[in-house]
Each structure stands twice: as structure tokens, then as C-alpha cells.
Design a protein around this ligand. Structure first.
Ligand SMILES: [Zn+2]
Length: 210
């Protein structure tokens, strides 16, 4: 719109307003024109209270949540739990998700070794209910050797941890093994009879040079 157009537009608007008289308020509830000063003040206060204003201040976006937070004293534990979950969910979907993901990404980038150590810790805990200290104690007790072949290598330098050999049925932990020995007894289903049969079988063939 050019300056001239804008001027004409403004003039047209003024002319229209003169023809129509003053613009009426949209709703009689908000029409304060015929009130005394005191009536106006009371009406405005009432409207603001209804809209959640406090001391003439507009409620912020979190005001409702804060109010709910203070009411938690009347909740049962289960209701409190649900309420906490709702708040967490709201935070999560209100941009918290991306924030969390980004923080995780930054942390992993900054400390990849820490991340790996933590993964290891989680795996030990989840699979065998072992802490890192338990694992280290076992390692020391076995003098950092495989429980079967006594090797100090874990079969390959890419393995950072010994295999935790455990009874599949009872979950009892037997000891630490190198990855080859662990795979070996695993393929024999941890079955002593079958392993003995394997030994017998191997014994039935004379060794080279005998
Ligand atoms: Zn071994």
C-alpha cells in the first residue's frame, strides 16, 4: 500500500465511523460506558478474578500447573503418582523430549568411554544382577584368568569383559570365562555327560606320533 492509498483508506475509515456513530461494545457485560468509576473498578476486578488474574496480573502458562501442585496434599499416593506422571508427560511433549534426547546425545559425544562403561554396568546388572565391584572381585579371585583354559586373554582384544558363566536354570553364577570357552560349553549345553562323551571320543583316537 502506498502512502497515498493509506491516507485515503484512513479518511474512508473516519468517514464510515462518523456515519455509524461510536462503535458499540460487543457484549453488554463488557459495556462499561454508563458505569460510575467505582462500579467500573468492581466489574473489572470481577472479570479479572474470573479469568485467573492475581493482583491484576495475567496468569502465566504454568499457573494452572502450579495451582494443581499446591493441591497435592489432598491426593492419595496413587493419585499423586498419576499426577506426577501427567506432569512429566506434559513436560516431555512440551519440548522436553527433544531436550532430553539432545542432552543425551551431547553427553555420549562428550564421554564415549563413560557411556560404554555405563552400558557394561547396565548389562551386568540386568543380565546377572552383578555390580561392577562384584565383577571386579570375581576377576581378582580368578587372578584375571579364564576359569577353564586359564588364559589371560578374553579370546579377542575386542572383548572388554569376561563372559559371566551362569546356570541357566537357577541363575547361579559360576565364574568368568573367555569367550571361546564360554561358547564351547554353551554348545555342549552345559551338559557334563555330553562333555565327558566328547572327551571319550577324543581319547579313542591315538594322539599323533603315538
Ligand atoms: Zn578359556
Amino acid at each position: 500500500m502506498t502512502t497515498e492509498e493509506r491516507r485515503l483508506h484512513r479518511l474512508a475509515r473516519i468517514r464510515r465511523r462518523k456515519e455509524l456513530g461510536p462503535i458499540p461494545n460487543r457484549h453488554p457485560m463488557t459495556d462499561l460506558s454508563n458505569m460510575t468509576k467505582e462500579e467500573k473498578r468492581l466489574r473489572i476486578n470481577k472479570m479479572q478474578r474470573e479469568r485467573g488474574y492475581k493482583r491484576g496480573r495475567k496468569p502465566g502458562p504454568l499457573e494452572g500447573q502450579r495451582a494443581a501442585k499446591t493441591n497435592r496434599s489432598n491426593m492419595t499416593d496413587e493419585e499423586k503418582r498419576i499426577h506426577r506422571n501427567i506432569l512429566a508427560m506434559r513436560r516431555y511433549h512440551n519440548g522436553g523430549q527433544e531436550k532430553q534426547l539432545e542432552a543425551g546425545r551431547q553427553w555420549r559425544k562428550k564421554a564415549p568411554e563413560k557411556k560404554k562403561a555405563l552400558d557394561r554396568k547396565g548389562r551386568l546388572k540386568q543380565k546377572y544382577n552383578l555390580t561392577i565391584d562384584d565383577y571386579k572381585a570375581m576377576q581378582t579371585a580368578q587372578e584375571n584368568r579364564c576359569g577353564i583354559c586359564q588364559s589371560t586373554e578374553k579370546s579377542s582384544p575386542r572383548f572388554k569383559l569376561w563372559c559371566v558363566d551362569h546356570d541357566e536354570e537357577t541363575g547361579r553364577i559360576r565364574g568368568l570365562l573367555c569367550h571361546n570357552c564360554n561358547a564351547g560349553i554353551g554348545l555342549f549345553k552345559h551338559n557334563i555327560e555330553r562333555l565327558e562323551q566328547a572327551i571319550q571320543y577324543l581319547r579313542s583316537f591315538p594322539l599323533k606320533g603315538e
